[in-house]
Design a protein around this ligand. Structure first.
Ligand code: SAM
Length: 277
């Protein structure tokens, strides 16, 4: 099993401080988990972030990755505020300006290969392996589904797919995670940390069979929530409190790093290294 980098806890502590004042939507436990994902790669290739906003998750991924030999993060976002199509004629471009200065202040500017375009535009020329695919762009069902479909062919064996807002009110993340990830025989270990749904991509469907029961349990819990996200208020007479109760039944607590590493390390490699599963 891959060891947890010595500096992991220091890195998380530093990140919580650095990102505290950056506008964004990551909870503390999610920052910690994303640092783990970047610091402990389970496949080979790139870390690809879809949806950067002000750079909060970009910085977390880059700092986590700097604990490894390959510290680069590829990020894609058109960074166009919804109210306007183009930056103003005066050249004021607040989203991009904030994104750049946040990265610079965090000292990760040089580590980030940023593509200012949509994920679909990037996918037209993409040809690299991916070890971590972080989906946090357009949250509609069609967009999240196509983000996964466009980049799935490039996932290396053992890669992690993680998507944000699975337990939030958006339709896309919960449906795609539940239907396209959990029901796929190419995804093995899976879970949630906060609102981040994650799973490990394994090329050989045989190797995912022992995770079927775990995935099915999670599927049943998440599936009951889909109508609330998909239909919103139109979901009808069921009180909001019932949605909250159903959501609280989905396990999404803090991830313990060493246990997580053990769950995403194939047993044969654990046996080779003489570690206990
Ligand atoms: C929820 S925010 C991302 C938050 C960021 N990951 C963080 O943790 O701070 C969603 C971002 O997705 C971007 N976005 C929307 N559609 C996109 C697309 N088709 N491709 C890439 N990014 C997109 C938006 O511009 C916005 O910045």
């Amino acid at each position: 099993m891959m060891p947890l980098p010595e500096d992991f806890e220091n890195c998380v502590a530093g990140l919580l401080e650095i990102t505290e004042d950056i506008e964004g939507y990551l909870a503390e436990r999610e920052v910690r988990f994303m640092t783990l994902l970047a610091a402990c790669p389970t496949g080979r290739g790139e870390i690809l972030e879809i949806g950067s906003f002000k750079g909060k998750s970009t910085i977390v991924l880059a700092k986590g990755a700097s604990l490894t030999k390959e510290a680069t993060v590829v990020a894609v976002d058109p960074l166009i505020p919804k109210s306007t199509i183009d930056p103003s004629p005066e050249g004021d471009d607040p989203w991009f300006r904030d994104f750049q200065s946040n990265l610079r202040n965090a000292g990760v500017e040089k580590q980030v290969e940023f593509h200012r375009m949509s994920s679909a535009e990037l996918a037209e020329t993409w040809n690299r392996d991916i070890k971590l695919l972080w989906i946090d762009g357009d949250h509609t069902y069609a967009a999240v589904k196509s983000d996964l479909e466009m980049f799935r062919p490039f996932l290396s064996d053992g890669a992690i797919v993680a998507m944000h807002d699975v337990l939030n009110v958006f339709e896309g993340p919960i449906r795609v995670f539940t239907e396209d990830v959990l029901l796929s025989s190419n995804f093995g270990p899976a879970g949630l940390c906060g609102s981040i749904g994650w799973s490990q991509y394994l090329k050989d469907p045989e190797s995912t069979s022992k995770f079927r029961r775990q995935k099915a349990r999670l599927y049943r819990k998440l599936n009951t929530l889909i109508p609330y996200s998909a239909l919103g208020k139109g979901a009808g007479r069921v009180p909001r409190i019932w949605h909250k109760i159903l959501r609280s039944r989905v396990p999404h607590s803090d991830v313990e790093p060493v246990r997580w590493l053990s769950s995403v390390t194939p047993e044969d490699s654990q046996e080779r290294q003489g570690s206990t599963p």
